[in-house]
Design a protein around this ligand. Structure first.
Ligand code: HDD
Length: 740
């Protein structure tokens, strides 16, 4: 108990006492030395070598039979064991996230490369020798908890940094812009994209009337729509996508000087996507494709790595761009402000329990640390309200911060008390401040003690419901994105729009969308229109802009198209991404009894030397004989695997094997489909005959991603590796069509 005196000395003594006070935090979450880690040990339980018990610790003698009045009698209400078990089961679910319901999580660490002290006082960005524990949750947005990973959708990329100064959550997406400029439109957007309310169709898909109805009336979404219709919305892996904080934030240094900052995550494996036809097929073959990919990579020790990048803009340069830094539908092109890579995130541990960690983790854009602050971006400002509110609903208590995955490693001391499921046992009789009974504890922290001090931005304004004119340009960056894409990427955008709008039933919505696309690029609109059997409207419906209240003259707020100072931005195209590694790529080898074991081994060695994996797929599971009588266990059968689950395919020789594969429709389909999805294909020995037989006449002579080597030369493996590193030979799509 603290003394009643309030002398300075007493306050100091009490301060150290108070900090020691919260034992659960101190011992389990803050191990007292300088190396704080996310230690969830106290909460782990695995039952090994233990008796089965009730929740009260009573050992259970019979977990098979409920208590009955006689063997064939009614069950008795007395059965407290049955009641406890069933009651708990009945309450096992919590509401799924209203958006981003489907996700996968991982633990890891973050380390800064060089001190960022010039720009921010955030401690976790100061010391390169310091590892900050993190928990990351990747997600899709529209689908419900059990939906497919491969929906065409934005991906969430939410990172919780457990810093010594409290939790910092960077709650971003894999797309650097957003659909809307003001948070007040978020419920409308989400209602429009979710399954339609009358019949709950379609699941995890934007290809339906309500979404495009809304979008066609919201031209500010044009830029985001370009990204969403691009291959960015169907990533190959969570490990191969970028992340963005989207909004402009502020760094603040010790002197109180602020710098605008945009956050980026750059995956070291590059940014890669699958084909749309492939995505749809994966959704059937393995709806957990991304979840599994992340899990397996971490289990295999192939830890996903991303560099943290920042774009920094001095406060005085706020108005030097042709777009507004507060407008979340805009990027800062990297040509204007380069991305500096300042640190690395490594995901190195899978969660122990999906529910306890991935489901219960609660992110909030308002979880910041000293040295990181907000801007007036109206989307960001609305988010600041939404996240706590949603956690209250979902996790059911203002004590959600006490759930182990959400707990700060920095000690927590305040006068908040009680509430559902309170874990902390606060000692003493004081739960208010100021107080003298507890010697004034806990104390406010001065800035030099790390107390958060909001950046003192000057505000001198009228109170209005309005949007700044600097937010009215809705098209120039949509055009910049489209122009920056490779021909193959542009074609994919056209195809995606034809698909999505083709699923829209109300023709007027399709037409209105063509009007929007025309503002982005007339050629794009024409191509989409051709696929829909429509003409692009000559005069897009007016007024298109709905971002104003009832009393505003629509003519005064029409969207504009500002001339962009750059026409193309290289980093916007995945064509320019990392293409010199096949690390963690999954390659299928098609084998049957009598296959050439030496050829397979050679190829396996060569691929594994580059960090890739080779898995065998055979007509049946179990032992498969090599030509010289050795046995190899098949990893998959044609029933349990499909080409869409692999990055490339290899067919080794062996006359008997090829003869058997020639009788397997699935084997043909495997190779044809890999070809259709522009993947690298290699065959050696008699395997060449098989591959040639699949689409021999259709093979382009100059297709560098199809490697056929009758004598199985070493260079075949090298060429194969080079082709896989290219990810896909998209050029093939326009030259050769394969029925698969
Ligand atoms: Fe949000 C979840 C990202 C705008 C309201 N959001 C959520 C998640 C991510 C984002 C990654 C999942 C976190 C997790 O894995 O648990 N949200 C964004 C980005 C936005 C954005 C990058 C725009 C730049 N969000 C946004 C707005 C609002 C919300 C404008 C509301 C005004 N978001 C939520 C939410 C969610 C959420 C309803 C649902 C579940 C949750 O928060 O924990 O509060």
């Amino acid at each position: 108990m603290a003394s009643k005196t309030t002398s300075k000395k007493a306050i100091k003594n009490n301060k150290s006492k108070a900090i020691k006070g919260n034992k659960s935090n101190e011992i389990k979450h803050n191990n007292g030395d300088n190396k704080k880690s996310l230690d969830l040990e106290f909460n782990r339980e695995n039952g090994t070598d233990e008796f089965l018990t009730t929740n009260q610790g009573l050992r259970i003698n019979d977990n098979q039979n409920s208590l009955k009045a006689g063997e064939r009698g009614a069950t008795l209400l007395e059965d407290f064991i049955l009641r406890e078990k069933i009651t708990h089961f009945d309450h096992e679910r919590i509401p799924e996230r209203i958006v981003h319901a489907r996700g996968a999580g991982a633990h890891g660490v973050f380390q800064v490369y060089d001190s960022m002290t010039k720009y921010t006082k955030a401690k976790f960005l100061q010391d390169p020798s310091r590892e900050t524990p993190v928990f990351v949750r990747f997600s899709t947005v529209a689908g419900s908890r059990g939906s497919t990973d491969l929906a065409r959708d934005v991906r969430g990329f939410a990172v919780k940094f457990y810093t010594d100064e409290g939790n910092f959550d960077l709650v971003g997406n894999n797309i650097p812009v957003f659909f809307i400029q003001d948070a007040i439109k978020f419920p409308d957007l989400v209602h429009a994209v979710k399954p339609e309310p009358h019949n709950q169709i379609p699941q995890a898909a934007s290809a339906h009337d309500t979404f495009w109805d809304f979008i066609s009336l919201m031209p500010e979404s044009a830029h985001m729509i370009m990204w969403l219709m691009s291959d960015r919305a169907i990533p190959r892996s969570y490990r191969m996508m970028e992340g963005f904080g989207v909004h402009t934030f502020r760094f603040v240094n010790e002197e109180g000087t602020a710098t605008f900052v945009k956050f980026h995550w750059k995956p070291l494996l590059g940014v890669h996507s699958v084909a749309w036809d492939e995505a749809q097929k994966i959704s059937g073959k393995d709806p957990d494709f991304h979840r599994r990919d992340l899990w397996e990579a971490i289990e295999n020790g192939d830890f996903p790595e991303y560099e943290l990048g920042v774009q920094l803009v001095a406060e005085e340069d706020e108005h030097k761009f042709e777009f507004d830094l507060l407008d979340s539908t805009k990027i800062i092109p990297e040509e204007l402000v380069p991305v500096q890579r300042i640190g690395k995130l490594t995901l190195n541990r899978n969660p122990d329990n999906f529910f306890a960690e991935t489901e219960q983790v609660a992110f909030h854009i308002g979880h910041v640390v000293s040295g990181i602050d907000f801007t007036n971006d109206p989307l960001l400002q609305g988010r600041l309200f939404s996240y706590t509110d949603t956690q209250l609903k979902r996790l059911g208590s203002p004590n959600f911060h006490e759930i182990p995955i959400n707990r700060s490693v920095a000690p927590v001391h305040n006068n908040q008390r009680d509430g559902h499921m309170r874990q902390t046992i606060n000692q003493g009789k004081v739960s208010y401040e100021p107080n003298s009974i507890a010697g004034g504890c806990p104390f406010q922290a001065a800035m030099q003690d790390g107390g958060f001090h909001t950046y003192e931005e000057r505000v001198d304004a009228r109170k209005v419901r309005a949007r700044s004119e600097s937010f009215h340009d809705h098209f120039s960056q949509a055009t910049l994105f489209y122009n920056s894409q490779s021909p193959a990427e542009q074609k994919h955008i056209v195809d995606a729009l034809r698909f999505e709008l083709g699923k829209v039933e109300i023709v007027a919505i399709r037409e209105r969308m063509l009007g929007i696309l025309k503002q982005v690029d007339a050629g794009l609109a024409d191509k989409v229109a051709a696929g829909l059997g429509l003409l692009v409207p000559r005069h897009p419906e007016q007024p298109m802009n709905r971002s104003f209240g009832a009393d505003t003259d629509p003519a005064s707020v029409q969207p504009v198209k500002v001339k962009s100072s750059i026409e193309k931005s290289e980093p916007l195209s995945m064509e320019n991404t990392v293409k010199d590694t096949i690390k963690t790529r999954k390659i299928a080898a098609l084998i049957a009894d009598g296959f050439d074991g030496d050829a397979l081994n050679q190829m396996k060695k060569a691929l594994e030397a580059e960090g890739a994996m080779l898995k065998t797929v055979a007509p049946k599971l179990g032992g498969i004989n090599t030509a010289d009588g050795k046995k190899v266990t098949a990893d998959f059968s044609f029933l349990t695997a499909a080409s869409v689950l692999f990055d490339a395919v290899y067919v080794p020789g062996g006359a008997a094997s090829i003869e058997m594969l020639a009788g397997e429709a699935d084997a043909y389909h495997f190779v044809n489909e890999a070809f259709r999805h522009c993947k690298a294909i290699a065959a050696t020995g008699e395997g060449v005959d098989f591959v040639s037989g699949t689409f021999a006449r259709k093979l382009a002579e100059d297709d560098k991603a199809v490697i056929l080597s009758e004598n199985g030369s070493k260079s075949a493996a090298n060429d194969f590796i080079k082709a896989i590193a290219q990810h896909r030979n998209w050029g093939r799509e326009t030259v050769r069509k394969v029925p698969a």
